[in-house]
Design a protein around this ligand. Structure first.
Ligand code: 13P
Ligand code: SF4
Length: 302
């Protein structure tokens, strides 16, 4: 079967089985082409809630499928590749967060959406990389326990000087591995290029950037820019999508920015679940209710 034949069959199967395919921007082009919607974590959570179909097939990692299930508990939600997780999501335990919260009476616990449902249930509000600054600004608490990504947290702190952010240790192993020397080298190799970076990168890398934003914000920035060349400081799929959308412009990647978990999903993963079925995401009802409160608050404030 060719890629085009598989895509055509996927299009038929999703109609027949009433499935909405959602794909994160880190998915490859052939997967993005069969999706009903491609976007960043914040946009995907909105779409999961709004989709008129009875089922959602998430092409991304587990926390994204869990978020979809929490927002649309009556829908059947499938993750295209069962084993695709986000290592950052599991770096803390609810017990650690509870103990840390005690240290800052009156604080708000803000959980990056890249967390397990159990951690979301521990939080007062969730954020994504695109909503974090606006959500934190709107909270009445001055002390914020921000989990788990210290790099995103530091980026939020810079933009919300009126708040005191506190951290436990956590980060994205893919973005945090980029060094300032690698970023400087890429800039030197492409002196005419703008440098666009995800806030999960370390401070010394974002300090060199012309723009810092979520995956969708980086893509929007390119759409609005008159620039011809860009160094893309996030997962290489974003540069791939931009390269197809703007063939007359040049997009350069940084070494090692490949999320192996995101890359587990390929077109046959989508085909397999649609054709032969998969295991729907199941979460206990109380967990859905508790985690749902902090996600709903993010959607309200973000
Ligand atoms: P976005 O919020 O840009 O979708 O990022 C999610 C993510 O996992 C980045 O590594
Ligand atoms: Fe998680 Fe990092 Fe992969 Fe995003 S890029 S899914 S934060 S490991």
């Amino acid at each position: 079967m060719t890629i085009r034949e598989m895509q055509a069959e996927i299009a038929e199967l999703k109609r027949e089985k009433d499935v909405c395919i959602l794909a994160h921007t880190y998915q490859s082009r052939d997967v993005a082409e069969v999706a009903d919607f491609v976007g960043d974590s914040f946009q995907l959570s909105l779409k999961a809630r709004e989709a008129p179909q009875g089922s959602v097939l998430m092409c991304g990692v587990r926390f994204m499928a869990e978020t979809a299930k929490i927002l649309a508990p009556r829908k059947r939600v499938y993750l295209a590749e069962e084993g695709a997780g986000c290592p950052m999501a599991e770096q803390l335990t609810p017990g650690q967060v509870r103990a840390e919260r005690e240290k800052y009476p009156g604080c708000a616990v803000v959980a990056y959406v890249n967390t397990t449902a159990e951690l979301k249930a521990e939080a007062d509000v969730c954020v994504t990389s695109s909503s974090a600054v606006s959500v934190v600004k709107k909270l009445s608490a001055e002390d914020i326990l921000f989990i788990p990504d210290v790099n995103l947290g530091r980026y939020v702190q810079e933009r919300c000087p009126e708040k005191r952010l506190h951290f436990l240790s956590g980060c994205c192993p893919v973005h945090a591995a980029v060094t300032a020397a690698e970023a400087a080298e890429a800039k030197a190799a492409h002196p005419g290029a703008e440098f666009l970076v995800h806030p999960e990168c370390r401070a010394e890398v974002t300090a060199l950037a012309d723009f810092v934003g979520s995956t969708a914000e980086i893509m929007d920035y390119v759409r609005r820019s008159d620039g011809r060349e860009f160094v893309i400081g996030t997962e290489i799929a974003v540069a791939e999508h931009l390269g197809f959308a703007f063939p007359e412009r040049r997009f350069y990647t940084l070494p090692g920015l490949i999320c192996r978990d995101m890359k587990r999903t390929a077109l046959p993963s989508v085909y397999r679940v649609l054709k032969w079925g998969g295991k729907p995401v199941e979460l206990p009802r109380e967990l859905i209710a508790a985690a749902g409160t902090s996600i709903a608050k993010m959607l309200e404030l973000g």
